[in-house]
Design a protein around this ligand. Structure first.
Ligand code: NAD
Ligand code: DAU
Length: 359
C-alpha cells in the first residue's frame, strides 16, 4: 500500500534508509530534519529529482512549522526518528538530548494530536504515530539474563537512554490518555551504509583502512545485538502498515557479539578488501578508558514482531558487515565530507583524554 508519510530525522542514518525504502515502495514522503552534525542531505541525494519526496529543513519542536506541514501534506502516518542519538555525546553534555528527545518529541506529539483531531473517522482510524525508540531504555543485561522483550521494565542508564525513555512515556501517555494511535518500537544496535562515523562500526572501518589505532573501550567484552539498518527499516515499514495502535514492538538482529569480536571481523574484512604488506589490522586495536556507566550487554527477543507481522531479518551479521565495509570503501567523498568540521572536534574531545594511541 502506498501512503503519505511524515518522517522526522530522515536525513540521518536510519531515517534516510527508511525514506529511500518507502519512496522506492511508492509512498510519498515528507522529511523534516534539522540537519544537525548527524543529519546529511547527501544521504537523500538519490531523491533529488523525485516527485514523491519533499525535504523540509526545520526542528520537530517548532510547533507552528509542524502544524502547517501536517495540514498541507495530510500524512497517513508520522514516523519519528529525529533525535540526538550518541551515548558518548550525551555523557559530555546532555542538554541537547533533553531539548530534542524529550521536549521536541513532546511538541511533535502535541502537533500530531491536533492534526489527528481534524481527520474524518476513517482517516483518524488509519492514522499512525510510530515512535522509534531504542533497547537502551531497558538498561543492561547480565551474561545469563534472557533478552529484553516488550514487557521488560525500564532502567535507562545513560543520559541518552533517559531522554529516550522520557519520550517513550509521553508517546505511551498520548495513546492511553488521548487515543492517538501511537506505536513504540525498541531496536538494537543498527549498522550499515550512511552511519555517521562516530559510532563503533563505521569508526573502526575508517580507522582500519587508514591504519589508525582502533580505540576499544574497557575490556572490549561489552555485548551488543547487531541489526542491519535495512532490516530495521523493513520492520518499521511492516509496523506502519500492520502494527496495532498502543502496542510496543521490539526489533533485534539476533546477532549478539562482544565489541572486540566485531572489531576483529572488521579488521579481517578490511585486510581482505585492502591488502596491506604492513600486516593484519588486528594489531591496531588499542584498549582505552571505558565509557562511564557502560552497559554490559544488550539483546532483544523479537518473537512478537516475527509472530504478529511476519517480519524476519534478511541479513546475517557476516553478510551485512561485508556490505557495510564495501559501502564505506566505495564512498570516499561522503566520508570526507562528514569527517570535516565538527567531526574533528568530537574526536579530540572524546578520545583525547582516554589514553591509548591517537585516532
Ligand atoms: P542519527 O543521529 O544518525 O540521525 C538523527 C537525525 O535527526 C539527524 O538527521 C538529525 O539532523 C535529526 N535531528 C536531530 N535533532 C532534530 C530536531 N530537533 N528536529 C529535526 N531533526 C533533528 O540517528 P540514527 O542512528 O539514525 O537514529 C534514529 C532514531 O533511531 C533515533 O531516535 C534513535 O534513538 C533510534 N535508534 C537508533 C539505533 C541505532 O543503532 N542507531 C537503534 C535503535 C533506535
Ligand atoms: O542499542 C541501540 C543503540 O545503539 C542506539 O539507541 C544508539 O542510538 C546507538 O548509538 C547505539 O548505542 P551504543 O552506545 O551501543 O553504540 P556505539 O556505536 O556508540 O557503541 C557500540 C559499542 O562499542 C559500545 O559498547 C561502546 C563501544 N565503543 C564505541 C566507540 C564509539 C568502543 O569500544 N569504542 C568506540 O570508539
Amino acid at each position: 500500500m502506498s501512503a503519505v508519510l511524515f518522517v522526522t530525522g530522515g536525513a540521518g542514518f536510519i531515517g534516510s534508509s527508511f525514506v529511500l525504502q518507502e519512496v522506492a515502495r511508492g509512498s510519498r514522503v515528507i522529511t523534516l530534519d534539522a540537519l544537525t552534525y548527524a543529519g546529511n542531505l547527501a544521504n537523500l541525494s538519490a531523491l533529488r529529482d523525485s516527485e514523491n519526496h519533499v525535504f523540509v529543513h526545520g526542528k520537530i519542536g517548532d510547533g507552528a512549522l509542524v502544524a502547517s506541514l501536517l495540514a498541507t501534506h495530510r500524512p497517513d502516518a508520522i514516523v519519528h526518528f529525529a533525535a540526538e542519538s550518541h551515548v558518548d555525546r550525551s555523557i559530555h553534555s546532555a542538554a541537547s538530548f533533553v531539548e530534542t528527545n524529550v521536549v521536541g518529541s513532546f511538541r511533535l506529539l502535541e502537533a500530531a494530536r491536533a492534526y489527528w483531531s481534524t481527520l474524518d473517522a476513517e482517516a483518524a482510524a488509519r492514522f499512525r504515530f510510530v515512535h522509534v525508540s531504542t533497547d537502551e531504555v531497558y538498561g543492561s543485561l547480565e551474561p545469563d539474563d534472557p533478552p529484553f522483550c516488550e514487557t521488560t521494565a525500564y532502567a535507562p542508564n545513560s543520559p541518552y537512554a533517559a531522554s529516550k525513555a522520557a519520550s517513550d512515556h509521553f508517546a505511551r501517555a498520548a495513546f492511553h490518555t488521548h487515543g492517538l494511535p501511537v506505536i513504540i518500537t525498541h531496536c538494537s544496535n543498527n549498522y550499515g551504509p550512511r552511519q555517521f562515523p562516530e559510532k563503533l562500526i563505521p569508526l573502526m572501518i575508517l580507522n582500519a583502512v587508514e591504519r589508525k589505532p582502533l580505540p576499544v573501550y574497557g575490556d572490549g567484552r561489552n555485548v551488543r545485538d547487531w541489526i542491519y539498518v535495512g532490516d530495521h527499516c523493513e520492520a518499521l515499514g511492516a509496523i506502519v502498515r500492520d502494527g496495532r495502535p498502543g502496542e510496543v514492538y521490539d526489533v533485534g538482529g539476533g546477532a549478539e557479539m562482544a565489541n572486540i569480536e566485531v572489531v576483529h571481523r572488521i579488521c579481517d574484512l578490511v585486510d581482505e578488501f585492502v591488502p596491506d604488506a604492513r600486516g593484519p589490522r588486528r594489531a591496531l586495536v588499542s584498549f582505552v578508558a571505558d565509557r562511564p556507566g557502560h552497559d554490559r550487554r544488550y539483546a532483544i527477543d523479537s518473537a512478537k514482531i516475527r509472530r504478529e507481522l511476519g517480519w524476519t531479518p534478511r541479513e546475517t551479521f557476516d553478510s551485512g558487515l561485508r556490505r557495510t565495509v564495501r559501502w564505506y570503501l566505495e564512498h570516499p567523498t561522503w566520508v570526507a565530507e562528514v569527517r570535516s568540521g565538527d567531526y574533528r572536534r568530537w574526536i579530540e574531545l572524546n578520545y583525547g583524554a582516554r589514553g591509548g594511541g591517537r585516532t
